[in-house]
Design a binder for this molecule. Sequence first.
Ligand code: PSU
Ligand code: MN
Length: 387
Amino acid sequence: MTGKKGYTGKNAQERIPRERSIRQERRGRRRADEGIPIYTETSHHKASIKVGLQGVVRLSLMNRLSCPLVLPPFVGCLPFSYPCVPSIAIYLMTNRPTRMPEPLVALETTVLSHGLPFPANRDLALALEEIVRSRGAMPRTIGIVDGAVRTQCSAADLERFCTETPIDKVSLRNLPVVLARGRTGATTVAATIRLAHNHGIRVMATGGIGGVHQDANGAPSSDESADLTELARCPVTVVCAGPKAILHLEATRERLETLGVTVVGWQTDTLPAFYCGESTHPVDVRCDTIEEVADIVRARDAHRLPAAILLTVPLAPEAALPFEQVSGIVKDALHSEAARSLAPPQVTPYLLATVRTVLGDKAVTANVDLLKQNADIAARLAVALQT
Ligand code: PSU
Ligand code: MN
């Protein structure tokens, strides 16, 4: 349902078959923190709850009114059916029946395994979680550990993501493979938002999103991050510092527009360029307060628009790296022999590492600073969306 109930899954694609939800719950798995959608508005006109569980059923009418219906244990043990009109949704509240959903912020693991060196990555992982908590929200650092989705990595998991090599870089295309083969994989923005959305998490914080790469001549290349296409079909909000500065910014901006991703500028009219501060490309809308952003998110959800909202936060000019200098380093790197032999998923980590090699600590500091800033704003947004 929208807003208050915390679960956004309600269009046809996201409907979770009732039987599957129930089976998963029997196995003791937790889906969203706030309940399991067992019936959302569909062509059915009746919903039967055939579970032997005691719990609370939450009825939501027309996506707005909602009331919990406490089932006595004996009713819960019997097949139970409830007539409903097409726009009714029923949630079986089994995990924590009486608790309201918490404001959750998804964080990714690719930035830890492939984006930053040790020990900056480990310090960052803990710092981001702490920042989110300090704003009254709950961090959810997502990754795949030994073939299982972790919607909250433990300290030991984070240590593995920060120190183990090699760790798979997981996007949408290889997600099922990593799961099926019991591998451990760090999730990119694309995989993280998909998993977050599946688990009812509505806000994510990252550094920079992937986008359209450039070739050695500075023209858009055919290497385009799956972050873009996944943003187009995942109605979450991603707080970032814009596309990474190593990318073809103009082409990336165009693709975001084509894909229907709303680009919001946080207290800015122009698109941030990752650790290079602001670019010259316009955002769709400027917001100066969290409430303004929350209104746009609510409007998107109320009308079931499919794409993500990208809340882009620029690094302060004094903390930013000079764009011309970074572009020069990237161009040289793309001309090198090493770059030519790279598999596409290695391009982003390679270019980021090359910028770090040339610019040293400044690049790590700028990258870490913007990640912290984004986690802070994401947490504030998650809290605002609960009220
Ligand atoms: N933000 C950072 N550093 C990173 C990333 C984000 O500050 O390394 C990661 C994200 O996981 C993003 C990925 O999804 O880089 C993009 O990789 P590619 O261009 O290969 O899709
Ligand atoms: Mn790529």
